[in-house]
Design a protein around this ligand. Structure first.
Ligand code: PGA
Length: 247
């Protein structure tokens, strides 16, 4: 049985002061959650947000992780730096990283393997562009992202996948419950082929892309959707409503 997992992705938003204030307000509202709860925050906010979330069930995650242990990689963050603050999750290969910062399936793979080797759960993002969906190549795109991105992974159950159709991110256009279910079921089938069907059944797969307080119940009711990666709605108290989708 997979445990549901709702994670926020603050992207390049919030400050130490506004972030801590939000966590303080969210904490009592999500205290009885039946799912796992995390907020992935900008690297510079990790120390302060870890402090703010102390004693709550909100875990703090990172928005990226570098593959090298240390070295000449200006602007990057290593696993060791994250572990020092008890970070348990790192988003990897978000479509904004792929679109604006040259992230490829190969670098996603390196980051994923490093996270796993350091006991940090990678939240590996996959998803198709609008043109790709319209051209009917969604499955092909996902195949490549999963084949290369998850190459040499030993235990796929230690990974979280976030299926985020790029056309649904920050656009207010959510995939319908059926579209999201159908594509996530496809991802699970593909994981079954790449690893083993039983292993694929253990993988938590989130939906992401304009998921909000209104549409979360319908999405979470789908059999293959185990959670959400929440952008805009994680910057406000709506995040608590999403976390409490089953109440
Ligand atoms: P959104 O972002 O919820 O604002 O669409 C989701 C994401 O990019 O993870």
């Amino acid at each position: 049985m997979r445990k549901a997992f709702i994670a926020g992705n603050w992207k390049m938003n919030m400050t130490a002061a506004s972030g801590a204030a939000l966590i303080k307000e969210l904490a009592p509202l999500v205290a009885d959650a039946s799912c796992d709860v995390a907020l992935c925050v900008p690297a510079i906010l990790i120390p302060a947000m870890t402090e703010a979330a102390k004693g709550t069930n909100i875990k703090i995650g990172a928005e990226n992780i570098h593959w090298a242990a240390s070295g000449a990689y200006t602007g990057e963050i290593s696993a060791e730096m994250l572990k020092e603050y008890g970070v348990e999750y790192a988003i990897i290969g978000h479509s904004e990283r792929r679109q604006y910062f040259g992230e490829t399936d190969e670098t996603v793979n390196k980051r994923t393997l490093t996270a796993l080797a350091n006991g940090i759960t990678p939240i590996v993002c996959v998803g198709e562009l609008l043109e790709e969906r319209e051209a009917g190549v969604t499955e092909k795109v996902l195949d490549k992202q999963l084949e290369i991105g998850l190459k040499d992974v030993e235990d796929v159950s230690k990974i979280v996948i976030a299926y985020e159709p790029v056309w649904a991110i920050g656009t207010g256009k959510t995939a319908t419950d059926e579209q999201a279910q159908e594509t996530i079921a496809y991802i699970r089938k593909k994981l079954g082929e790449l690893f083993c069907p039983k292993c694929a059944e253990k993988v938590v797969i989130q939906y992401g892309g304009s998921m909000n307080a209104k549409n979360c119940k319908g999405l979470m009711a789908q059999p293959d959707i185990d959670g959400g990666l929440i952008g805009g709605a994680s910057l406000k108290l709506d995040f608590a409503t999403i976390v409490n989708y089953d109440k």
